[in-house]
Ligand binder design. Structure first.
Ligand SMILES: O=C(O)CCC(=O)C(=O)O
Length: 283
């Protein structure tokens, strides 16, 4: 539902009707290059430590001040607030990376299927850190599909699938209706947690890198009762349903890694409920 009292800047893009909007000019070209370089430097620094590298890719905003600033970006907050209202938390901000010339894909899915949250007061701002177009495997959305509740999904655990369980929608998806979400680096799209979406392989010589920032209302909660880690980025939390993290203690700080590691256990429990979590791709 659109919040009456909040910025109406993005209403004309018809999010309620289509379930998404784009492009949002989030960050300028120079700044996004600095953010990308900071992330890639951190990847290089952790290249001998697969556990920490994986935490970096799942929790960049808890481990890098540059990403803490990104999730608080005023253009993203304005867009997300238009949908969710002034009180906003970030439930996760994981990276979706397709290496240059890589067959990795994301199959058709709805985000909220496996997150164990009790409601649908969520929207994702996906920020491009490199150009996202058809050739590099940008996302594609089915307009209006967010009006469906969660439809059945099948877990494939396919190696080429970037999703946690390699899950895919097992009802028919009419690909002809899909819209390509092409973005320049620094731009973002925003999509509803029930929207059908997918993305193809990267056939370019550059990495395709996106940061998927999951904004939620503080009224949401984990169905398991776990207090998973969130960041309060706007307004207030009047509920206490989550553990609220402070800003990072520094860049790739040990204490922050420990915090993320504890939360990753909760996220694994939630995301891999009913299946063998060691087969999973994330956390
Ligand atoms: O990065 C991609 O290609 C897919 C991302 C995605 O599925 C999401 O952000 O919900």
């Amino acid at each position: 539902m659109i919040s009456e009292n909040y910025i109406k800047k993005y209403d004309s893009n018809n999010y309620e009707e289509t379930g998404f909007l784009f492009p949002i000019d989030a960050v300028g070209a120079d700044e996004i290059n600095i953010i990308r370089k900071d992330f890639e430097l951190a990847e290089a620094e952790l290249s001998d430590d697969p556990k920490r590298l994986s935490l970096l890719r799942s929790y960049p905003a808890n481990l890098l001040p540059s990403f803490d600033r990104l999730i608080r970006n005023e253009n993203l907050i304005a867009a997300a607030s238009t949908i969710l209202g002034p009180d906003l938390m970030v439930w996760s901000s994981g990276m979706f990376i397709k290496e240059a010339n890589s067959p990795k894909i994301v199959t058709w899915h709805q985000d909220l299927t496996y997150w164990g949250l009790d409601d649908e007061e969520e929207t994702t701002c996906w920020v491009a850190l490199s150009k996202a177009n058809e050739a590099s495997g940008c996302m594609k959305f089915i307009p209006g599909s967010h009006k469906e509740k969660i439809v059945p999904h099948l877990d494939t655990f396919d190696d080429n699938n970037l999703l946690s369980r390699g899950q895919e929608i097992s009802v028919e998806v009419d690909e002809k209706k899909s819209v390509l979400i092409e973005l320049e680096a620094g731009q973002a799209s925003m999509h509803h947690g029930h929207l059908f979406h997918a993305s193809g392989p990267n056939k370019t010589n550059d990495r395709r890198i996106g940061c998927a920032i999951r904004y939620i209302k503080p009224s949401m909660k984990q169905l398991t009762g776990d207090l998973s880690l969130v960041t309060l980025v706007s307004g207030v939390d009047n509920y206490g349903h989550f553990t609220i993290s402070d800003r990072p203690n520094g860049r790739l700080n040990n204490q922050d890694f420990e915090l993320c590691s504890r939360d990753a256990e909760i996220k694994r429990k939630v995301l891999y409920s009913g299946v063998d979590s060691t087969k999973g791709k994330r956390y």
